[in-house]
Design a protein around this ligand. Structure first.
Ligand code: NOJ
Length: 589
């Protein structure tokens, strides 16, 4: 077998790892398992539509902007793009408040633009994945407008209405996920309606078969348009418990988290089996549920052989800073061991049954470099370290726009600069909990969802090449140093590391479905695991700390004559015994 031997202090240029990958792949490695589906063998890229690429100068990203960037995505070996909601919406929660699921938000373009995007993407082997917001609609949706009018009528039972408590107050003490009561009063009906999220996002009543019929019809509509899959928003909340009793109080206002009261309520899987059988079955599309609160040991029910979806985003690693409710001013400490355990559990749960969507970023989380390493970390090395894990674990990697550039958090001084409604409400919560305005801002800097929502940094021109107009959210000020154009030309950039690894993953099927086994589980610095199949064995070692980390192949249980195929430092000693700060290596053994 032909291998590239890496000599001491040999400088690897950006192309060399790719060449190495190609040669190793060429030399008769195992062919990808033919039973795997297309979405198991590709990368998915999440696009936060507002912030990806503006084509008409209004300061918001749009569909034609996405079409113009498809070739960029090809280079990352992307086979599907997941679009955050593009439907008609008052945009209180940037599209997660849908007014009409079958119409395109004029801010983003027209249905023709959408069809054009699906067509152009398909030409490049890229499928378009739609975001299905099934737990709630906008209060501007005609279903809700009708429902709110009276207690009798076609839509009166489409949402969750309750009479006031005997004292005239809210039906129970539940707190919405964005803070404040989960109930809002409706004068016309003399009742409250329930909302898991903002008051403008009323929850649908899934018990009503007419509601389910209408929702299923929407998915069929988009399959008809050529959608390649669905991301199912906030899905563990769709079923509510029979009793709407008060829950255990956990905040200063005397409320109980609605998440704890409604997540994964028994009976939910019956609805989702119905959805799968009546809508998804027989179509070459995938489903991935967004599933806060579903733990690794429950994954089998959801994505196992008799499960309801193909994949599930479980939250254990992305919410490490919160053991209970995600209240930003009450963060928890966590260590690398906690992260490793979270990833190990979901890798194990999907090893023989089901499939795992690997992710570190999305539009609801701060940037991963800041979250997992802290603002002090070397940005490029930390970005490469995370990218290495993302593209070498077992499952389907889900990249989030800008992650491949190593984009980082923003630290704006004024709360007004932030757009996200949850950021504003978390700031208020911090004040109510007794923190000073400065302290409250520090929580915002650390956790705001807007950290990940700033415009994509395409180049060093004004507004980072995102728009010719005024961007809806300011561009991160580091854009002249961190942008796609610059990084394309830099052999050792984060972007070229991602491109190289994405190509490497394609050449090495063992990374897609080979066995995962963790090594050095007790290390506080090193994350190490092997990926093996009948014909290839790879070791991935990543130093998660800013200090040198001692390691040896012996300690990792690796025999034979290991050879470093990729190193994020570009050069390695013949027999490395130390990982440099944030160093990531892929080793063949
Ligand atoms: C999860 C989405 O990802 C988030 O952005 C949104 O605010 C909530 N669900 C409500 O739809």
């Amino acid at each position: 077998m032909m291998r590239i031997r890496i000599r001491k202090r040999l400088v690897i240029t950006a192309m060399m790892p790719i060449i190495a990958a190609a040669l190793v792949g060429f030399s008769g490695e195992k062919k990808m398992d033919d039973n795997l589906k297309w979405w198991q063998k590709t990368n998915v890229y999440e696009i936060y539509v507002n912030s990806f690429q503006d084509s008409d100068g209004d300061g918001y990203g749009d569909l034609n902007g996405i079409t113009s960037r498809l070739d960029y995505l090809k280079e990352l070996k992307v086979g599907a793009i997941w679009l955050t909601p593009v439907y008609e919406s008052p945009m209180v929660d940037n599209g997660y408040d849908v007014a009409d699921y079958k119409k395109i938000n004029p801010r983003y373009g027209t249905m023709q633009d959408m069809e054009h995007l699906i067509f152009e993407a398909k030409k490049r082997g890229i499928r378009v994945v739609m975001d299905l917001v099934y737990n709630h609609t906008s209060d501007q949706n005609k279903w809700f407008i009708e429902s709110a009018k009276s207690r009798t009528g076609k839509y009166s039972d489409w949402y969750i209405w309750r009479d006031p408590a005997p004292d005239g107050g809210e039906p129970n003490n539940w707190r919405g996920i964005f803070g404040g009561s989960a109930w809002t009063w409706c004068e016309a009906r003399g009742q409250y309606y329930l909302h898991t999220f903002a008051a403008q996002q009323p929850d649908l009543n899934w018990e009503n078969p007419e509601v389910r019929k209408a929702l299923y019809d929407i998915a069929r509509f988009w399959i008809g348009k050529g959608a390649g899959g669905f991301r199912m928003d906030a899905i563990p909340y769709i079923e509510k418990p029979v009793s709407f009793a008060d829950g255990p109080v956990d905040d200063t206002e005397g409320r109980a988290s609605i998440h704890d009261m409604t997540v994964n309520t028994p009976g939910i899987l019956d609805f989702l089996h119905e959805f799968k059988n009546q809508v998804i079955k027989g179509h070459d599309v995938f489903t991935v549920g967004e599933a806060n609160g579903i733990s690794a040991d429950q994954l089998d029910d959801w994505v196992g052989e008799n499960g309801v979806f193909d994949m599930l985003f479980e939250f254990s690693h992305s919410t490490l800073a919160f053991k209970g409710a995600e209240t930003w001013c009450k963060p928890d400490e966590w260590t690398l061991k906690d992260l490793k355990k979270a990833l190990r559990d979901s890798q194990a749960a999907t090893a023989d049954n089901g499939w795992y969507p690997i992710y570190f970023e999305n539009h609801d989380r701060p940037r991963s470099i800041d979250f997992y390493f802290g603002a002090h970390a070397d940005r490029a090395l930390a970005g490469k370290a995370l990218g290495t894990v993302l593209l070498t674990l077992r499952g389907t990697p889900f990249l989030y726009q800008g992650e491949e550039l190593g984009m980082t958090n923003v630290h704006w001084d004024q709360l007004d600069t932030y757009d996200d409604l949850n950021t504003r409400s978390q700031y208020e919560i911090a004040l109510k909990e007794g923190f000073s305005p400065d302290e409250a801002m520090r929580f915002v800097h650390r956790f705001s969802r807007d950290n990940a929502r700033t415009p994509m940094q395409w180049d060093g021109s004004e507004h980072a090449g995102f728009t010719n107009g005024v961007p809806w959210l300011p561009v991160n000020e580091n854009y002249t140093a961190v942008n796609a154009e610059l990084q394309s030309a830099q052999p050792d950039s984060v972007l070229n590391w991602y491109r190289g690894l994405a190509a490497f993953r394609c050449e090495h099927p063992v990374l897609t479905d080979g066995r995962f086994e963790e090594r050095m589980t007790e290390s506080d610095q090193i994350y190490a695991f092997t990926r093996t199949d009948g014909s290839e064995k790879l070791l991935i070692v990543v130093n998660f700390s800013g200090e040198d980390a001692v390691f040896s192949y012996d300690a990792l249980g690796i025999g034979g004559a290991p050879q470093v195929l990729l190193s994020s430092y570009g050069f390695v000693p013949a027999v490395p015994d130390t990982l440099r700060p944030y160093e990531a290596m892929v080793v063949s053994y």
